[in-house]
Design a protein around this ligand. Structure first.
Ligand code: SAH
Length: 255
């Protein structure tokens, strides 16, 4: 059996309880060494076979899983953040299906959640933005035509850019070709939830320069939008006058 486990965004104690238990029980761990905090390997039992996937191909990863399976061993495939975002675990699951090997998936705290915590921010403020676009600047991995950054930027909603810190000159142009203004608030969060986390608050117009000055080139998220500003409306949910299924409002319900 193979367990795909989300490691969380960095801090070793941000893994789920279920993920930590599986790590403790694993006979084989394959972890994404480029981004997963090595402190998570402290959960491994004595004698556990550990592989860093950073230098491995998909085929080599699957070969390790197949060898473990042949000996009745349990494998944990440890992915950074939550595996469902830029995790490349789909292609592994498809090959495991073909090989007739069973697996399950344990979610993790994605770095976009870690970044919001670092910023002490809420992505979805009433009347500011009720949507979060998670996307990336096109790099060596192509982005479908309908998802080019300037098109996504037309919404002007909260945006979180993965995998784009090295491409910020171009990303900035694309964002400004959409609905964002040079003074729209932005923040670069480097290594969210790691001990050396850095939060760089800036604007869309100064994204590239801010990253350059701080020497941040990777392992960072770019967050953009009015949610980083100071004005927003209170939520209806906790408004004294608002009635909902769990509470009766003090005044007539708002339309
Ligand atoms: N599955 C992961 C993302 C993997 S893609 C998740 O859910 O977070 C790798 C990219 O994620 C990095 O290039 C960076 O943009 C972002 N990233 C991963 N960990 C991060 C962290 N702790 N802080 C900021 N960005 C991070």
């Amino acid at each position: 059996m193979v367990h795909f486990v989300g490691a969380g965004s960095g801090a070793a104690d941000l893994i789920t309880v279920r993920g930590a238990r599986l790590l403790e029980q694993a006979d084989v761990i394959i972890y994404a060494g480029s981004l997963v905090n090595p402190a998570l390997l402290d959960y491994a039992k004595e004698g556990c076979e550990i592989h860093d996937s950073a230098g491995m191909t998909l085929e080599e990863v699957i070969a390790v899983m197949e060898a473990a399976e042949a000996e009745g061993k349990t494998t944990v495939r440890l992915h950074t953040g939550d595996p469902s975002l830029y995790g490349a675990h789909r292609e592994q699951m498809d090959l495991l299906d073909r090989a007739g090997i069973g697996y399950d998936v344990v979610p993790g705290v994605s770095s976009f959640s870690g970044a919001a915590a670092a910023l002490k921010a809420e992505y979805t403020l009433p009347n500011v933005s009720q949507s979060v676009i998670i996307t990336r600047m096109e790099g060596r991995t192509p982005v479908p035509d309908g998802e080019k950054l300037r098109l996504m930027a037309q919404h002007g909603c909260t945006m979180v850019l993965f995998l784009s810190t090295g491409l910020l000159d171009r990303a900035q142009e694309e964002l400004l070709a959409g609905a964002y203004e040079p003074d729209t608030p932005a923040a670069i969060v480097y290594k969210a939830t790691w001990p050396d986390e850095k939060v760089l608050r800036c604007t869309v117009g100064t994204l590239a320069e801010t990253a350059r000055r701080a020497g941040v080139k990777s392992t960072a998220l770019v967050t953009i939008g009015g949610f980083l500003g100071s004005s927003y409306e209170r939520s209806c949910l906790y408004d004294p006058s608002f009635t909902h299924g769990f509470r009766k409002g003090e005044q007539p319900q708002r339309g």
